[in-house]
Design a protein around this ligand. Sequence first.
Ligand code: GLU
Length: 511
Amino acid sequence: MNTEKRVRVRFAPSPTGGLHLGGVRTVLYNYLYAKKHGGDFILRIEDTDQTRFVPGAEEYIFDCLKWCGLNPDESVRNEGPYGPYRQSERKEKYRLYAEELIAEGHAYYAFDTPEELDEMRRKYKNDENPQPQYDNKVRMRMKNSLTLSGEDVHELIRSNTPYVIRIKMPENETVSFNDMIRGEVSFNTSLVDDKVLLKADGMPTYHLAVVVDDHLMKISHAFRGEEWLPSAPVHILLWKYLFGLDKMPHWAHFPLILGPNGKLSKRDGLKYGFPVFAMNWTDSKTGELTEGFKEKGFLPEAFINLLALLGWNDGTEQEVFSIDELIEKFSMGRVHSAGAKFDYEKAKWFNHEWIKKLDAGSLKERVVEVLEAKNVKVQDEKLLLKVIELVKDRCTLLTDFYEQSAYFFKTPENIDLSPIQPKWNDKKNLFFIELLRNFELENSWEAHQLENSFKEIASVNDLKPGEVMLPLRIMLVGGKFGPHVFDIAALLGKAETIQRVKATLKVLEGA
Ligand code: GLU
């Protein structure tokens, strides 16, 4: 195991599309571990599969990490001493290692054409082996440097015959390693195929590149999702052959994130109407838009918090954690290995808690963004802060601030009279005329004072305050929602309140 002191972790995405919340959780756990141990968090772009290149995907990853506040210490944008940080720019580094493996008998050249590979899959397919692989059972029947003479191999390479380099998986060996979450994990090497390490275009595959780069970039801990566990035996062997197991990083494989039917997928999001990606992602080929947590109205503070709890807890009942608390409390030993179920209702609960927790000043800019996107202009910042304070407990998503606060800045266009019109009568009409008169004379425009006069006038007019409260709310807000109606009137101010009451009264009188 790697005994070097400095903690260096990495997130190594292939930039091929939207960033799934499981990917962000991998970033988060890496980040928390690095920060807790005073180490470095590295972002390495694993783009060796050129056929999967997607324009804009790399930039999108940076945007997502920035939104989450999980910025890397070293990356293509802020190179440290181990660059380049994009694997396609490190192409020439890998061949050397692949050839070293061949020289030592751990890998071989394979010249099989795609047709020959298809033929192999057809020929060896049977009930016991429904998906034949290029492995110890078939390798000696294929066209490679294990079956051809040295001369033939030399000639094929000299005449530019395309070839790949494959690892020669040992037969019936047990490969084990210690996973910081799962404990000892073992594999039988006979069950693993001879993975390609270097492709015909000279690019390494992920398997070779990930090991070489973790070594060259002095990664001390390699943390990634459970879906990479089946690749671990190949990586462990490459470490053993190339650099020595004593140099190998510590490993941890994070639990899967489960949706309503097994592993949480993009499709689940579309089907059940919740986001799965960190931010909006549009597939450049199909034009399909997949919604992100950001655009759905999540706070990054809440997103991080809910992700941290998808697979980890601190052993207490506490659920709401700031990033600083997470850095302090996070430990790999408390990450569980069983799949973590994603519950969208619970995700919204976290967001609601965070909206309540943050003060108006911290929410201000994000609320302005929501309002401006809907053409609501905010000119009075002091008013905005008061409005946020007043309505934030009613908002689960940031986007709820539109409904809950737009009417403070813009006279409602639609006034829903249906809850009051059927019960409207002269008595109520007279009440409001008197209320208006009283409002005109009111000097101290304060919620408490307004409420007192309102109740007094109601009692004089032989009305219960409850009978005229809803009409007042609808006149001011446009609908049956919002905080205490006199708090609303106080913030709207005298002129605007009077104007809204008058306007609706006119409609009701005319009806
Ligand atoms: N490139 C891999 C990915 O796309 C990295 C896996 C690993 O961390 O080893 O997730």
